[in-house]
Design a protein around this ligand. Structure first.
Ligand SMILES: Cc1ncc(COP(=O)(O)O)c(C=O)c1O
Length: 379
């Protein structure tokens, strides 16, 4: 069953957000109608709401192969990442060293700036031309006082999969005190994200990138790791995240986590077809990053001499929604993203991001490819 279409438009912007799955919508609706009790109340309504949160926690935990109590629900990916970054730093008696990859989402980069302002030394881990962090180069940046290393799993602008297992291995071997924070917002539901297999200490997820609701996500912690809450309040979420739980959102996230984002090989075929359509229609265009390291569901194509906003507006007029970079920046002034700059994509090369969803059928893909070719001819 696919989401009810709001228009005939073909949506290729699933790295920005995703349409809620109808099964998620049904579960959220049921939770709003039937589970509106406060999970902390001791009467029947409270117990039902508490049970709904417990089931959702078990569903998320099962996908990551962690114990349910390792999952802390938050208001989304941004808060989960901030909880790990600020919480880790606050636990330390004195300022330390923090490493952040050059391609992290603003949620990590801006929070790392707060750590710098608080006296921590924050350094950037560069990426190679492939769009990926080199674990050996990263190992060379580690210090005896490194508290935290933040490297995302799948980049939201290029789809490049980062070598998390190899990075975790380097940390374990030479700097076991350093914690590894992995932003799995884009990878969860498509790639395997078992916490233990990745070797991460913290993993951040977001509901709305997963055909789930907005305003809900979670931070998942390896066994034995604790964090202080970011603010004061009640004892919810094992004391790690005060505030009455967003029961409908949490229920929706649980269902979305169980459903995932669809068959990775079908997503990959769709992404490949779209990329191919652009490369064929525009001589000189090139896929950003290393194809061998691209996730199935996100790709970026650079178009020398073309303004991305002109192309994206024309695509929208023709009924195809795509974007050029992170949604947080796409309405601001046309400045090149830090991710593309880190990969060395020149400013004059407009970038088109293509991120299909699992409900696209062959007819829609054909239409999307034809529209891409037409818009590229016209722009
Ligand atoms: C890679 C990545 N991390 C974090 C976030 C932030 O998640 P949320 O929108 O749930 O706060 C996003 C959303 O754009 C993202 O793409």
């Amino acid at each position: 069953m696919q989401p009810a279409a709001r228009s005939e438009a073909i949506y290729l912007d699933n790295a920005a957000t995703t349409a809620p799955d109808p099964r998620v919508i049904a579960a959220v609706h049921d939770a709003l109608v039937q589970c509106w009790g406060n999970p902390s109340s001791s009467h029947q309504l409270g117990l039902e709401a508490e049970r709904a949160v417990r089931v959702a926690r078990e569903r998320v935990a099962a996908r990551l192969e962690v114990a349910p109590e390792r999952v802390t629900f938050t208001s989304g990916g941004t808060e989960a990442l901030a909880l790990a970054l600020l919480g880790t730093a606050r636990q330390r008696p004195r300022p330390g060293h923090v490493l952040v990859s050059a391609i992290e989402h603003a949620a990590v980069q801006r929070t790392a700036e707060q750590l710098r302002a608080a006296g921590h030394t924050v350094e950037t881990i560069p990426v190679e031309h492939s769009g990926c962090v080199d674990p050996d180069r990263l190992a060379g940046l580690l210090r005896a006082d490194t508290l935290l290393v933040a490297v995302m799993h799948v980049n939201n602008e290029t789809g490049m999969v980062q070598p998390i297992e190899a990075i975790a291995e380097r940390l374990r071997r030479s700097h076991p005190q350093a914690r590894l924070l992995v932003d799995a917002v884009q990878s969860f539901g498509v790639l395997p994200t078992r916490l233990g297999a990745l070797g991460a200490h913290w993993l951040a997820l977001s509901g709305h990138k997963l055909h789930g609701p907005k305003g809900v996500g979670c931070l998942v912690a390896a066994p034995g790791l604790a964090l202080p809450p970011l603010w004061g309040g009640g004892p919810q979420e094992h004391g790690r995240r005060p505030g009455t739980e967003n029961v409908p959102g949490i229920v929706g996230l649980g269902v979305a986590a169980e459903l995932g984002k669809g068959d990775p090989s079908a997503l990959e075929r769709a992404t490949d077809r779209l990329v191919e359509a652009v490369l064929t229609a525009r001589p000189g265009a090139y896929a950003v990053g290393d194809r061998a390291r691209r996730a199935p569901h996100i790709a970026a194509v650079a178009l020398p001499g073309l303004r991305a906003d002109t192309l994206i507006n024309r695509l929208a007029e023709l009924g195809v929604y795509a974007s050029s970079q992170s949604a947080c920046r796409s309405r601001g002034p046309a400045v090149q993203s830090h991710v593309l700059a880190a990969l060395g994509v020149p400013t004059g090369h407009g970038v088109l991001r293509l991120a299909p969803h699992r409900w696209l059928d062959d007819a829609q893909l054909d239409r999307a490819c034809a529209v891409l070719a037409r818009a590229l001819r016209e722009c």
